[in-house]
Design a protein. Sequence first.
Lengths: 895, 114
Amino acid sequence: MIIGEWIRRLGYLLRRRKWEDELRQEMDSHRAQMGAPPAFGNTLRLREEARDAWGWRWLDELAQDARFAWRTLRHSPGFTLTAIVTLALGIGVNIGMFSLINGLLLRPLYAGADDVFGVHSRSTMPSGRNRALSYPNYRDIREGTTDIFANLAASFTGFVGLDFGDGARSTYASAVTANYFQVFTAPPAYGRSFTAEEEQPGAGIRVAIISYSIWEEHGADPAMLGRHVRINGEQFTVVGVARKGFAGTSIPGPGVWLPLGAHETFSTEDGTRRTFGTREAPTLSVVGRLQPGMAAETAAPALATVGRRLEQAFPSINAGYSLAMSRPSGRLIFMPGGSGALTGVLLMLMPAIVLLVACLNLADLLLARGHGRRQELAIRSSLGGGRSRLVRQLLTEGFLLALTGGAVGLVVSTWATAKLVASLGPMLPVVVSLPDVGLDWRVFLGTVAFSLVATLIFSAGPALSLTRRAAAADLKRHAGDEGRGRAGAGIGNALVIGQIALSLLLLSSGGLFVTSVIRTAAADPGFRLDGGLVVVVDPALAGYDEARGRQAHLALLDRLRTVPGVEVVTIGSRPPFMSSGDSRKVAPFGFAQDEPAGADDSRSTSVGAVFSVVGRDYARVLGLPQLSGRDFRDAEMVPGSGERVAIIDDALAEKLWPGADALGRLIQFLDAKGPDARQPIRVIGIIPAVKHSPGNPQPYPHVYVPLGQHYESAMTLQLRVAGGVSEEDMLSTISRVVRDVDERLPVLSVATWRNHLNASSDVRLQATAAGVFSAFGGIALLLAGLGVYGVKSYVVSRRTREFGIRIAIGAHPRALLWQVLRDGGRTTTIGIGIGLLLALGAGQFLQGSLYGVNSIEPVVLVTAPLILLASSLLASYIPARRATKVDPMVALRSE
Amino acid sequence: MAKRDVQQGTLALIVLKILEVLGPLHGYGIARRIEQISGKLLAVNQGTLYPVLLKLEQEGAVASEWGTSENNRRARFYRLTAGGRKQLRAQTQEWAQTTALMDRFITAKAEDLA
C-alpha cells in the first residue's frame, strides 16, 4: 500500500508536466459540459490543492526558496561575497584536513578488499605464533588452493637504495610474485606487471615497477618506462608505473617493486646477501583473493587441510605449523612518538575551530542583515507565511551560501592538499608511495556535511530569533528605526566575544610553535654548527659486505682529507642532534655483573647512553675540547687493534663515577650481544657532552667507540671547512669527490650541518605545526576583525539618529568616538580574557611537542592579545569615525 | 433550507459510494450524480471534486484511465479498486456509528437523562 503510493508519487515527479496538463484538460472539459448555473470554483486554486495530493509540495517549496534565496543574494553582492569567502576559508581548511584523513585512513587500499586475505603459517602451540612462508612452501600452497584462491601472491619487503642518477635514497621496497598486482586488481597504470620467469628464484632479471608518486616526483615522464635506475648499486630497468595511490596492503606503501627473482638485491643490515628459494628460509608474506563466491568460513578449513598435507610432506620444517587466514595488516601510520601524536590530534581539531569562528562571524552578519529585513519578513508573515516556512526559507538561504562556500573551498583545498602531500615526498627520510588524497565521493559527501553543519551553526540561531517577533510591531515601525534592541546587541556582542576568544586560542598556539621554532634554530647544541658539512653514505645499500663497506668508509675519509678547503674530517654512526639513536646500558666493569633483569633504575649502576661509532678527530670536527686523555688512533680505525677502548663524555663520567676521574677505568655494555657483550672497555678519553635532540635541552650521556671495533654500514662523514671558506660553496665539490671515490656507493645526503638539522623530523614537525597554526590563527584573526567591524558598523548605523541629536545639542565628536571605541574595547577585553584561559589550557597540551617553551610563555601571551586588541580597535575605529561625521540635520530628517 | 458545503472527508465517502453503485464514471458524471442524489440540497463547487479524486488515486482507492464519454468527449474515467472497496466499507461503518451516536444525543429528552 505504502510502496504503491510512493511509486505513484515518483511517477508523478518524473512526468509532472504531463500529469498537470491532463488535469487542466480534465477540468476544462468539465467546465465546458457544465453550462452556466453551478459553480466550479477557482481553477488555479483547485489545481494547487490537487498538487498537494501528489505530495511533492515540499520540493516545490524548496525550489521556490532556493530561487528566492538566489535572487536575494544576488541583490547584495557585497554581503554574499563576504559570506562565501568566510565560508570557503572555514570549510576549505576542514576539507583539506578531511582529505588527508580520507587518504590515510578511510579510502580502501584496493577494490574488493573483503575478499583479500593474508595466509600465514601458524604454530599449533598454544602461543599460536604466525610465521612467514618460504618460496617452495608458498608454491605448494598456491598449487593446492586453486579452488580457494583466485590468486595467491607472495611478497618480501625491506629497504633498498634507489638511485635515479641523482643520488641514492633509502626506499621502502617490495619483491613480489608475478600475480601480485592481480590480487589487488590493480595492474600498473603504465607498462606491465612482472612475468612468471622474473619470479623464479635466482632469475636475477633486473626490472622494477615504481610507485605513481615517485613517477610524479620525477616529472611524470612518459619516457620513464625503459629507463635505467640503480637499486642497491645494481642496474634495473623500469618496466611499469603502479596505479595512482596503490600501496599494496599497507599505507604508506613501497616506493618500488621488484620481481621476487631479484629478491637477492635486498641486503641485510650487516651487508650479507639474503638466501631465498629453499624451504628452510621463511621470509615471504602471502596474500590472496578468494575465488568468486567463496566464503571465508569455507576457505579456512580447506586451507588448514592443505596445511596438514604440507606438514606431513615436509615435517622437518613444517611440523607443528598449520595454515591460517587473516585480514592483511592494513594501515601503518608512522606517527612520531607520543607528543607528536597529540600535536597531530590538535592539528586535526584546529580546522574545526576555524570553522566555528567563521560560523560565529556569519551568524553575526546574518543577524545584522536580518534586522534590516525585518519589514520584509513581517510582510511575508502577514501574507500567510508561517513561521516554519520563514525559518525554512532563511535556512535554505544559509545552505545555499554554505554550499557555494564549500564548493569554492573544495576547489582551493584539493589543490592545496595535493601540493602539500607532493611537497612532503622529498622531505621524508625514506621514499614511500604517497597516499592519494584527491577527490572521491567521501570528500564530496564531507563537503556537503561540513556545509550542512556550518549552516545549522550560523543560520539556525538568526533564523529563529528573526522570526520570533510579532509581525504587527515590525510592520508599524520604520525600517532602520531603532535597530536591534538591547537583546539583539547582546547576542551580537556574545558572538564577537566568542570569535575573539577562539582567535586568541589559535593565535597563541601558533605563537608557541613559532617561539619553539625560533628557539630551536637559535639553540646552542653544545658544539660548533658553522662551517660543518655532512655526507651520509650506506654501502650496504649497494650490496657491500663489511670488508668492502669498511674499505669504502676509509677511502672516503682519506680522499676528503685531501680536498682543499677542508680543515678536518671524521666519521660517525650517528651525527649529534639526530634524535633517533642507538643506545647502550653502560656500567663500570667488574661491578653489577649480575644485575637482575628489570632492576629498579634508580638503584641500578648502569647508565643509558647514546652509542656511536666514530672516527679520529670526532671532537675536533664538532669543535669540542679534549677534556682529558687522548683521541682515537689510526690503528683503532681498523679491526684487530687489541684492547677495546672508548671515549665517553663528561655527563656519562659524572654518572658512572661521581666526583672521581673516569680516565683509564673499565666500562662494559650490559645489553650488548655477541662478542661485545660484557667485555671490558677502557676509557681513554673524555669530551664534553652534546645535546641529544632539539626537543631535549638536557645534554645526554654519550659513549663513543672507534671505527675499527664495531661495524655499521650507514655512516655520516662530518667535515669542517677551513676559516673563510663558505660551506655552501663546498657542497658541489664534496658531492663530486664522493662520487669519484666510488661511483656505486649510495650517497644518501650531502648537506650543511644546519640544513641537516633542519631536515630532522623533530624540526620539521615543529616548523609544519608553526606554519599551520599561524595560518589558522591568521585566518581567525582576519575573521574576528571583520566580525568586530561588522557589529560596530551596524550599531553605529542604527544609532545615527541618537548621534545626530547628541551632536546637535553640543556633544563633542571626540566623546562619541570614545564611546564607540570603549564599547568595542569592553567586548574585546572579555573575549581576550576568555581566550587567554583557553590559550593557557592549550599550552599545557602542546608543551610536550614544544622545544624550550613553557606552557605560560609571556612573550606569546602578551603579543597575541595585543595583536587582537589592536586589530579589534582598528575595526571599531572606522565605524566610530563615521559616528562623529554624522550630520545632525540629515540624521534628524531621516525620521 | 440553505445549500450546504460539503466537508472534504464526507465528499470522499460520497465519491466512493457513487463509484461503487454506478461503476466507472468521469469527473463531470460524478458531479452530476451528487447533484441529482442530493436533490440540489448539496451545493458543491464542482472543481473541489478533483483534489479529492487525486487524493483517492494517490491512496490507491480509485484508479483512472482515459476513455471516451457518452457525448464523444475525451474523459478520464475513475473506478473503484479493491482497496477503495475496503476503504468504503470501513468509512461507511464509521459514518453509521457516528450518526447513530449523534442521533442519540440529538433525540435525547429530559426524562431520558433523569
